[in-house]
Design a protein. Structure first.
Length: 479
């Protein structure tokens, strides 16, 4: 194996899916760092200037003549997404947008935004805090999320996600991790991040995509080759997973085109479920963008609408191809019903399910505590939230507050994390169980209905701001 699995389990804080919040590797044994983690606000504040890595030409014309016209305008086509009417183009030509817009059959030309879909690391080396778990103990006791959604109740009915294909659009995966390797389709796994392989770099550290993958489909039984009861179990422990890297493992950023290309790729390759534990927000009234030629242009409200429409086309295409897209609601602590100038992508789009996060409060001190408290950071709002799922939290004042987070796989080991990024894969895993039950002819709309109707109605009766239609219930979903 390329990587050596480290037996000391790491506890660390990484919250995901907020546009501007800076993620850090923190020494949780330092009181200063602990206070920093627990007081940092997850903010949706926008930078006044975004950067673009290229251009998006929107057109339904994919003829050779169109390609020639783009070339004449000094554009180099890097990718064609005919399924959603998009060319991905690079050019250093000053005024390229204006030139390309003049091409017959082009509906719009947009900067290909390079956005922060996850938070970047800001320290040189990850600092871990030992969990004091003995080498012969099982890790399941720390997976309170499985009990919260009654995953064992679904397993007892014989449903494990067998035969279901889940594509994970994220920051790559530890392909050699013994909890993940048995279920990973390495032939289909791929990367849309230039210069980065879907299989992450070796080492013992937190990787967002690896953590998400373990929640969905960490393999059943002891981690292969380790002996004893090392390892965790995913919601759908026999589901097939495919890693589609759309975000840099180093920065958490990714291009707008790469995200959409990943969705189309998953749909074209038989995805039953597409998990997107990522998100960003854009001001509806516009923003400034630095282009590849270093000039700065204003993107107006009409162009923002074009970005939204392009993303919606990708999601709708996947939906029509039979893929259920499940996404994180993001971690800004905002009421989407009262943030009129912000659009959350992809969570605000149609034909998908946006997931809010729940957590216990003081699980280390009382394992019978309520596991369904809305997380302190989760976005909410009836217009945004479809369902809720375990995402973990970090706001308990006790020294063992990190036990309220979600425990899963990391690069060469296991560790804690919290965020709607962790809630989405819990829901995606339940969706995989439902696809297994309904069979090969199951449609996304059917699975959506089952997830909503079988969810535990928490909070106010009916659909509410924090839980949506309720917190997912795996056992009820497959009854």
């Amino acid at each position: 194996m390329k990587k050596i699995i480290v037996f000391l389990v790491a506890g660390l804080f990484f919250s995901a899916c907020s546009n501007q919040f800076v993620e850090e590797d923190l020494d949780l044994q330092s009181q200063e760092s602990v206070n920093k983690v627990k007081t940092q606000k997850l903010s949706a504040a926008q930078s006044p200037t975004f950067k673009a890595s290229g251009y998006l030409i929107l057109s339904d014309d994919f003829s050779s003549q169109m390609e020639a016209e783009i070339g004449k305008a000094s554009g180099k086509i890097n990718r064609k997404l005919s399924e959603i009417g998009m060319y991905v183009v690079e050019s250093n030509e000053v005024g390229f947008i204006a030139k390309a817009k003049k091409i017959k059959g082009v509906s719009d030309v947009l900067p290909d935004l390079q956005l922060q879909w996850l938070e970047p690391k800001t320290t040189d080396e990850a600092q871990f805090v030992p969990m004091h778990i003995g080498s012969n103990e099982t890790f399941y006791a720390y997976q309170w999320g499985m009990d919260a959604i009654d995953a064992p109740g679904a397993w007892d009915q014989g449903f494990t996600g067998n035969g279901v294909k889940v594509f994970i659009l994220d920051s790559g995966i530890d392909a050699e991790h013994p909890d993940l390797a048995p279920n990973l389709n390495t032939s289909l796994s791929t990367s849309f991040v230039p210069g980065e392989d879907y299989n992450i770099q070796p080492g013992y550290y937190f990787n967002h995509g690896t953590h998400v993958a373990g929640i969905i489909a960490a393999a059943d039984g002891p981690a292969s080759g380790l002996g004893g009861d090392f390892g965790v179990i995913g919601v759908a422990p026999k589901a097939e997973i495919v890693a589609v890297k759309v975000l840099s493992e180093y920065t958490g950023s990714g291009s707008f085109s790469g995200i959409n290309a990943g969705v189309v790729y998953a749909a074209n390759n038989g995805a039953d479920v597409i998990n997107m534990s990522l998100g960003t927000s854009l001001p509806r009234n516009g923003f400034f963008v630095e282009l590849p030629d270093s000039s700065i242009v204003k993107v107006g409200a009409n162009e923002v609408a074009a970005y939204i429409n392009a993303s919606q086309k990708a999601i709708t295409y996947a939906y029509q191809m039979g893929s259920l897209v499940i996404v994180a609601a993001s971690n800004d602590g905002l009421d989407a019903n009262h943030t009129g100038n912000l659009v959350f992508i992809p969570a605000s789009l149609n034909h998908l399910m946006a997931v809010s996060a729940t957590a216990p409060y003081g699980y280390a001190y009382d394992t019978t505590t309520d596991l369904d408290v809305p997380a302190s950071y989760t976005n909410y709002g009836q217009s945004l939230i479809d369902i809720a799922a375990p995402g973990g939290d970090f706001d308990h004042p006790g020294d063992l507050w990190y036990y309220d987070m979600v425990f899963s796989t990391i690069s060469s080991g296991w560790g804690f994390s919290a965020g709607t990024s962790m809630a989405s894969p819990h829901a995606a895993g339940v969706a995989a169980l439902v696809f297994e039950k309904l069979g090969d002819d199951a449609k996304p709309a059917q699975v959506m209905t089952v997830l909503r109707q079988s969810a535990d109605d928490l909070g106010k009766p009916g659909k509410d701001a924090y839980f949506g239609n309720g917190r997912v219930n795996a056992a009820r979903a497959v009854q």
